[in-house]
Structures are given as C-alpha cells and as structure tokens.
Design a protein around this ligand. Structure first.
Ligand code: AVJ
Length: 303
C-alpha cells in the first residue's frame, strides 16, 4: 500500500475546494505525457528554457565541479549545462526511480551520474553529506518553482539556501507573464495532450489505490487566475457522482460542476525574480530572457 500517496489524496479530497498535489501527475504515464506536452506547438516553455541554456550556458562561471539538479527531467536541458561546464560529478534528485534511471543513461557519457531518489530538500541534504569542498551549482529548471504556492515558494528557496555554502549557486528557470490567450492555449492544447496529462492523475489513483474514478465523467480545465497571476488546472465533475478509493478506505461525493484543483503554475514578472533571490539569501548575478517565449533563466549566488 502506497501510504503517503493515499494520505495526500484523502487529505486533498476532504478540503472544501478539493485538490490533489501536482507532484503526483508524474507517474510513468504522466511523465510520458509531460514529455509530449513539451513538443506541443502551444507549449513554448520547455523550448524557451532549452534555447536559453543552449545560447548562454557557456557564459556561466566554470567553477563548479559538482552539479545537483531538482527533478531529473529527460536530461536534454541538463546536457547543455554539463557540456559547457565540463562537470565531473552530477547528482540528479527526483522522487521517481524510473526517471532517474533514464536520466543516468542519457548523461552517463558526459559525467559521473549519482542519482538520488528523494524529495528535493532531502536529496540536497544527501548531496551535502557526500560532497567535498568544491563549489556546487544547483539546477532548478523548467519553472517548477512556479508550481509551489506563493506562500511556500519563499520558504522553499530559503530552505535550499540554508543547505548551500557561500560560493555555491542556483540556476533557476521562471516562466513569465504573457497574453492570457497564449497561456490558456499552452495548458489547454487543442490536441488534448494536457487534458490527458491532467486526467491521468485520476487514472493513477485508480491503478495504485484501487479508485473507481470514471475519467470520462471529469473534464480538464485550465483557467488564468489573474490576481494570483497563475494558471490553474482543474478537473471538473460533469455530473453528481460518488467515487470510492478502496485501498484508502475512502468515499467522496462530487457535485455536478465541482472541481478538483490539480496544479498551479505561477507566471513571474522579471522584476520579482531578483527580489525573490535576495529574500532567500541569494545574490542575483545574471538573468537571461527568451524573447520568443517570455521565460527567464537566473543565476543566483549563495553569498
Ligand atoms: C514545467 C513542470 C512547471 O507548470 O508548466 C505543463 C507542468 N503542467 N502543462 C508547468 C505542466 C501542465 C509545468 N512544469
């Protein structure tokens, strides 16, 4: 039995606004669907991130023999950084063991890959315990920081900073505000890949926890919450229905039109990024912005 997942699912579905943590979107199928999202014409985020790294990785200081990364991803973006800096030692940190294994295979020709199956902060603790005196660069690409809710975001960055030494650095990607229609299309693509990615969360509950969600009885929705400046993904119940999750001993009612909130993706303003750095105890040293798809890559020093 998958107790942490079960616990988080029940806690989220008991709330008045039902919600499920977005980190659970990435099981094997979810990760494959996310990889498909990154090649959608409407979803420019990953390509913007990649373009900046391809163009500017060579401008990064070449003083980091150790690189750690939150979320191992497909390895494609990381390759640009590891190649430019010729890094001997690389610690990808991810809760998904299959993702780590793919990442290791992808990058093994470039560096010594030391995968850590852990949450981001626990993983960073493990890196701290294993590293020598050399300065370390931590990668936090893809605007995953935007998935943290605004209250947790600063805390998380402060927690990261507290696990670094002076001279270490963080390279962080932040997706920027753009016209609302562009953002909506990116999270509600006409081919339905993002809808599948979102609905798969219910499929995962069915597979791993013995749930009986009828995926056809829920509709994918992406809305822009302008005051909070974030895209929210929801799953809207198409009818009054009852769902049971056997292995969690849980029963849950849905009213027609009620939603489960499954993800937030904050859209940043360029000016708030250096501010966020300082508040967490970093010095913002450089920032690159992609013009085609507004996205910022920022280099922060732990000082
Ligand atoms: C790139 C992982 C941060 O918020 O854009 C893509 C994931 N969700 N489509 C994002 C995602 C829906 C995503 N991250």
């Amino acid at each position: 039995m998958n107790s942490e997942f079960a616990h988080d699912v029940c806690a989220g579905l008991r709330k008045r606004q039902k919600e499920l943590p977005s980190k659970y979107l990435y099981d094997e199928l979810g990760s494959a669907l996310f990889d498909a999202i990154t090649v959608l014409p409407e979803y420019g985020l990953t390509r913007a991130d990649q373009r900046i790294l391809d163009r500017h990785a060579a401008e990064l200081p070449r003083e980091f023999p150790v690189v750690a990364e939150f979320g191992s991803g497909s390895g494609r973006k990381t390759r640009a950084v590891l190649e430019a800096l010729s890094v001997p030692e690389y610690f990808p940190i991810d809760v998904s063991a299959p993702a780590l294994e793919r990442c290791r295979r992808e990058l093994a020709d470039l560096t010594t890959v030391k995968p850590l199956a852990a949450s981001y902060l626990n993983g960073l603790d493990q890196v701290q315990a294993r590293r020598n005196g050399d300065p370390m660069l931590v990668l936090f690409l893809g605007s995953t920081i935007g998935n943290f809710d605004s209250r947790c975001r600063g805390d998380f960055l402060t927690q990261v900073r507290s696990r670094l030494r002076e001279g270490d650095a963080l390279l962080i990607g932040c997706d920027l505000e753009k016209p609302v229609d562009t953002m909506i299309q990116a999270y509600d693509d006409p081919s339905g890949v993002t809808a599948s990615f979102n609905l798969n969360l219910l499929g995962r509950i069915n597979r791993e926890l013995g749930g009986d969600f009828n995926l056809r009885a829920f509709a994918h929705e992406a809305i822009y919450n302008a005051p909070e400046r974030r895209i929210e993904m929801h799953l809207r119940s198409r009818t009054n229905q009852v769902v049971t999750i056997r292995e969690a001993d849980f029963r849950c009612e849905f009213a027609d039109g009620e939603t489960i909130w499954t993800e937030s993706s904050h859209k940043f303003r360029t000016a708030e990024i250096p501010e966020m750095a300082r508040q967490a105890g970093f010095v913002p040293e450089a920032q690159w912005v992609d013009q085609e798809w507004p996205f910022a890559e920022s280099f922060w020093r732990a000082a």
